[in-house]
Design a protein around this ligand. Structure first.
Ligand SMILES: [Zn+2]
Length: 274
C-alpha cells in the first residue's frame, strides 16, 4: 500500500503532466466520461493516500490506489504494459496518456460538493501537508477510537491522520520506542503526540527524491523488512508478526520496544526524551 509520501510525489509528477492541460478524453473503468472531454485540469493534489484531479467547471476525480494500483504514463499510440481491462482511469492529453491500473477506488465528484466534502472529512490531517496540526489528531483519536484500540491499528486509521502505511507504522513505533500492541488508553496523549509528530517529520523529510529513509546511512530503515536481523540500536533480533485487527505486517525490536506487560516498559517509552 502506498504511504503518504508516495502519493504526494505522485501528485507532483501527475500535476507536472496534467495541470493546465485540456483532456481530450477521460475513461473510468473503460467508459468514456463525456463531462470531462475538452476540460482543463486546474490542479492535482494529494490528501493522505487519496489523489485528487480537479477540473475547471466543478469536477474532481478522486482515486485511491489500494494495494495493487499503479499509475503509468505513455506517449500517444505507445502500447500499454498492462491489459486495457485493468485500467481503472485513463486521461488523454494530446501528446500523452496517463493510466491508473487496478486502483481500489476511483470516483467523479462535484468539486466542493457534499460527497467531496465527506471524503475529505473522513480523512484526518494530512501528515505530508504543511500546517499539520497534532491537536486535531488527538481530538480525532478520542472521537473515533475505542480506548483499547492497539497502536498498530490506530496509526493505520486514515480517519485519525492521513498518510501512514505499513512502513511508517513500524518505523515510527521503533523511533519512539513504543511497543506496537500498546493500547491507546495506555499510550495516552503524550505518546500519541510523539508518534504523530515523528510521522509528520519523517514523511515530510521523504517528499524529495530518492528512496524512503527513516535514518541516515545503510540500511535506510530501522526495522521494516529486517525480520531476524540485528537491531541497529541494541543488537536484539528484529521481530515480525501480523498484528492488530488489521493483521498487517509489523516489525519491532523487543529490546527497544518493551511490551506493555513487561516491567520497565514505561521507562523505555520515555527514555528518548529523558
Ligand atoms: Zn533494539
Amino acid at each position: 500500500m502506498p504511504e503518504g509520501d508516495t502519493v504526494h510525489k505522485l501528485a507532483d509528477a501527475i500535476g507536472r503532466t496534467l495541470a493546465g492541460q485540456v483532456t481530450a478524453r477521460v475513461t473510468l473503468r473503460g467508459e468514456t466520461v463525456p463531462a470531462l472531454a475538452g476540460r482543463r485540469v486546474r490542479a492535482v493534489f494529494a490528501q493522505g493516500k487519496h489523489l485528487f484531479i480537479r477540473f475547471e467547471e466543478g469536477m474532481t476525480l478522486r482515486s485511491h490506489l489500494g494495494m495493487y494500483g499503479s499509475w503509468h504514463r505513455y506517449a500517444s499510440g505507445e502500447p500499454w504494459r498492462k491489459p486495457q481491462a485493468q485500467a481503472t482511469l485513463a486521461l488523454w492529453t494530446p501528446p500523452e496518456v496517463l493510466v491508473c491500473f487496478n486502483a481500489r477506488e476511483v470516483e467523479l465528484l462535484r468539486s466542493g460538493g457534499i460527497r467531496e466534502r465527506n471524503t475529505v472529512r473522513r480523512l484526518g490531517p494530512d501528515l505530508g501537508g504543511e500546517g499539520f496540526c497534532v491537536d486535531e489528531v488527538l481530538r480525532r483519536a478520542r472521537e473515533f477510537l475505542e480506548p483499547e484500540t492497539l497502536l498498530v491499528d490506530v496509526l493505520l486509521d486514515q480517519r485519525i491522520a492521513a498518510g501512514i502505511g505499513n512502513v511508517y507504522k513500524s518505523e515510527v513505533l521503533f523511533v519512539e520506542k513504543v511497543h506496537p500492541t500498546l493500547p491507546l488508553e495506555a499510550a495516552g496523549d503524550t505518546v500519541l503526540r510523539r508518534l504523530y509528530t515523528a510521522a509528520h517529520d519523517l514523511i515530510r523529510a521523504n517528499l524529495g527524491g530518492g528512496p524512503r529513509m527513516t535514518r541516515r546511512g545503510n540500511p535506510p530503515l530501522w526495522v521494516y523488512g529486517r525480520h531476524g536481523r540485528p537491531c541497529l540500536r541494541c543488537d536484539e533480533s528484529i521481530r515480525y508478526a501480523r498484528l492488530g485487527a488489521t493483521m498487517r505486517s509489523t516489525y519491532w525490536c523487543a529490546g527497544c520496544q518493551r511490551s506493555p506487560a513487561e516491567p520497565g516498559a514505561d521507562d523505555s517509552s520515555r527514555a528518548r526524551f529523558g
